[in-house]
Design a protein around this ligand. Structure first.
Ligand code: AMP
Length: 198
């Protein structure tokens, strides 16, 4: 098993690098943002609740988010070689819950890949994504709140994972392929896992 968290501010490239990781290491991808956006698109009850938080750039409450993740793991992650968690955890209680959810399944979190990108670049990337995809929360006001929420609620996880030795700081500013090379090297050093394809 190889279980990885992709950690970083909104706009840091988690989605892009997730795609490369799942392909390169045959992993199952869980993006909590995508799970929620899918509920919103399908108009489910959960989607309605999620939308009320996402549209303001706020986080979905921990209890709800953790039970959604548990459910996704239960339905999908039985026979996989490992999981890339993209956008989860975003708070310390979520990180504690992830540890327990993985332990219950006889496994653990192996590394946290922290994509570090200058603030100005994050803003530009998200505005560009908003223009290209029409993603509803990529508007100037919501982006600003998402960055504030990131600093307040999610940044403390950097220290949390630094102190348990799982945090791998990656310079997320540059070419996508170069960043992925760097990630692959650091995963190899940390866990011994090798990429399956080039
Ligand atoms: P993302 O696609 O990861 O940028 O997530 C988009 C939005 O979904 C976030 O701004 C939050 O409102 C919500 N969200 C995604 N993942 C989480 C999480 N782990 N905890 C709370 N809210 C989340």
């Amino acid at each position: 098993m190889l279980n990885l968290v992709l950690f970083g501010a909104p706009g840091s490239g988690k989605g892009t690098q997730s795609e490369k990781l799942i392909e390169g290491y045959d992993l199952f991808h869980i993006s909590t943002g995508e799970v929620l956006r899918d509920h919103i698109k399908r108009g489910t009850e959960l989607g309605k609740i999620a939308d009320s938080f996402i549209s303001k750039g706020e986080l979905i409450p921990d209890d709800l988010m953790i039970s959604i993740l548990d459910d996704v793991l239960e339905k999908n992650a039985a026979d996989v070689e490992g999981v890339v968690f993209d956008g989860f955890p975003r708070t310390i209680p979520q990180a504690d819950a992830l540890e327990k959810l993985l332990a219950r399944r006889g496994t653990e979190l192996h590394a946290v890949i922290g994509l570090e990108v200058p603030e100005e670049e994050l803003m530009n990337r998200m505005l560009e994504r908003g223009r290209l995809t029409g993603r509803a929360d990529d508007t100037p006001e919501t982006i600003k709140n998402r960055l504030d929420v990131y600093h307040r609620q999610t940044m403390p996880l950097r220290d949390y994972y630094n102190s348990n030795g799982k945090y791998l700081a990656i310079n997320g500013h540059g070419r996508v392929d170069d960043i992925f090379e760097d990630i692959s090297t650091r995963i190899k050093e940390k866990t011994g896992a090798e990429r399956k394809s080039r």
